[in-house]
Write a protein that binds this ligand. Sequence first.
Ligand SMILES: [Zn+2]
Length: 336
Amino acid sequence: MNNAEILHEELLTLDSHIDIPWPDRGDAWEDTQARQVDLPKLARGNMSAACLAAYIPQGARDETGHTAAWERVQAMLGVIGGLAGSRGGVTAEVCDTVVGIRAAYERRSVAIVPAVENGYPVGEDIGRITILRELGARYMTLTHNGHNLLADAAIARADLGDAATLHGGLSELGREAVREMNRQGMLVDVSHASRETMVQAVRESRSPVVATHSCARALCDHPRNLDDGQLDLLRESGGLIQITAMPGFLRRGGGAVGIDALVHHVAYVAERIGVAHVGVSSDFDGGGGIVGWRDASTSAAVTEGLAAHGFTTEEIGMIWGQNFLRLLEQAERLAG
Ligand SMILES: [Zn+2]
């Protein structure tokens, strides 16, 4: 093993955004070509922790849609919450506290951290956020593509009748949702949110916000990415952006996109707002994957890329998880 591989084995490594196949096939413990992330691949890639998101596609903003989304999110969190176990020398624990994640790391277990992608299933009932937290969710992405009752998305869905904006950022209900997430100790995830939504969420939230899977707009002009002004807001508010391995967010115009592009975005953000405000995520099983990091089993390549760029051991540890854990800890402290 080279030095970066040894370092990778030692670090607490956390991937802040991974989807799960749905409907569930019960194959999370199989090393299968059908998934980029499963327990064997996480273990082989020396990943300490994985945020698995219950992703809910945006649908109609009506009662039927909200009821279906609510049922789906509970079923998905049920599957994610049921992943604890031991097979073939791999142990997984479902962790919804920083203490739990750190303890799993000490035991060399993989920590599964449940999350929700899209506030759509909340519908008009803020009380559902308590239930999502009880089901283990540690963050909720305010929107997916398409506006919901809480907020405007970065990408409107014309097929759902969306205009460019619906609320001009957060709705009144969305502001209430942010405050409730603060009370529950859930991180407010601004990936997929419109710029106005993001700016307003930073102001509304008592706890720093995170973009769990976005990139730098100055390097790649995509509406899903955060511009320099948004990055500066993250620095001022103590927030975090987790640069994601989505080729279209890393480089315009296609072609092979590799680890160098991911590291380039990380370095850009670190240079502008400080290494305490940047991390990494894969968006595996949700469209993510780049040359050199096609699935969770090759995650050491990211550490190699960061080390080759010149990041120190401490900085790589921050990028791979310590920054994200800091935000989770802050949310826990401010909860209640
Ligand atoms: Zn997403």
